[in-house]
Design a protein around this ligand. Sequence first.
Ligand code: UDP
Length: 490
Amino acid sequence: MEVPNYEDLHFVLVPLMAQGHMIPMLDIARLLALRGVTVSYITTPLNAARIRPSVDRATLSGLPISLVELPFPSAEAGLPEGFENADQLTSHDHARNFLLDATKLFLKPLIGHLRDHRTPPSCLITDAVLPWTREVARAFRMRRLIFHGHNCFSTLCFYNLYKHNVLESAASESDRLVVPGLSHRVELTKEQLTMTNLKELREAMREAEETADGVVINSFEELELEYLKTYRETTGKKAWMIGPVSLSNKDDGDKINRGKKASIDEKQCFDWLKTKEPNSVVYVSFGSIGKLRPPQMEELGFALEGSGHHFIWVVKEGDALPKKFEEEPITERWMVIRGWAPQVVILSRREIGGFVTHCGWNSTIEGLCAGVPMVTWPLLGEQFLNEKLVVDVLRVGVSVGVPRPCGWVGEEAGAEGVGREAIGMALERLMDGGDGGGERRERAREFGELARKAMEVGGSSYVNLTGVIEDVLKFKSMENVEENGHDDML
Ligand code: UDP
């Protein structure tokens, strides 16, 4: 088979500076580079330091990825010095400054960098949260694709909710609303359907999506083809499913420090797991940002201990752990990891039999790749929609029954109202060896198989990534015919 030559193509990836966005974008960088495309991954000094070991591994193996570190004057946007990632947020004011003002400071340095690069840029892949990147794409006459970091189902739901002004029609936050434009009923409260309370941000994201040349999605057709078709019909947009991108991490070396240096020695973790039976350990994590209030941590700790199962519980620096776990973080029954866990590698171990997740899309699809059933515990953003997908559509999850979203950061943090009984029951159903539990586990295993096939040479996501590259190539050759000029921003 003739291998196409893509070395004149230069993709520029600009992720939002949040782990849930940076990590899958780095996987996308690797996937593109594996096809011979030159990739620039743009970020700030603090974030570059976190991911440099992963990028170095990729470049050492010959992949054409460069990590581009642009200065980030946080203070100019009213942020504390050194503030460069969403996981440092402690107040709502900072969230606004960070998401709406600070990232714009990239515009000029980014244009300068691209102007000086030896290979002219051909495609920008960027978060919808960064609408100003439109100017960059326009200046260099290149394709601009959006990467939301979401699945197709929630992307379609949000599109329809905003298009039909559904949220505005609600009288109160607790009003139940039906998502329009789907072939089945999805009903949630207004607050569960509110992606962000920052209206300006919602509008900017919508505009960025409307004006983009297409959307790339970290999912695969075998999982949600129906929603992909409806999304294309509804929006008239090009959309490609190119995931699960986490499967681009082939060996443990890539998986262990993915996104950040792990806070635990992996050998210690594997040695602990080795002493357990297959499918006997529950893995509990709420992602990179979500936090539970101390009373909720108490309920969860009580339920985990009471479940009788082995468990790995990942908590954040500063989380108030119940005293017992603080005093004894590692026993034969449990292992508490404080800080950053090597999640993908842990999930892939055969001892893991269930995943208590906050339904961030990366974690959810990583759980699917590992073929494990889940307890769904959404906190905010699009996570309540992900819960619907996992529990009702894919039928690989058990809902813990979170009634209301929690605030995003600092003082508001903490989903309320999930009692120890509800958690205990969800854990019991999750790990249940009977019919219901067995079928869920089998379905999860099948999705894991399909995910792997989608990413193999010739699989649906592999072919779709070729589609993205060919689309950019076609656009580039058309542009070259028209005129070889840049605009006056340059
Ligand atoms: N993650 C990890 N170790 C941790 C916490 C998170 O590796 O201790 C990774 C996880 O595998 C996923 C990402 O961080 O790839 C979190 O993204 P997700 O969309 O699940 O949630 P978010 O952090 O955006 O809420």
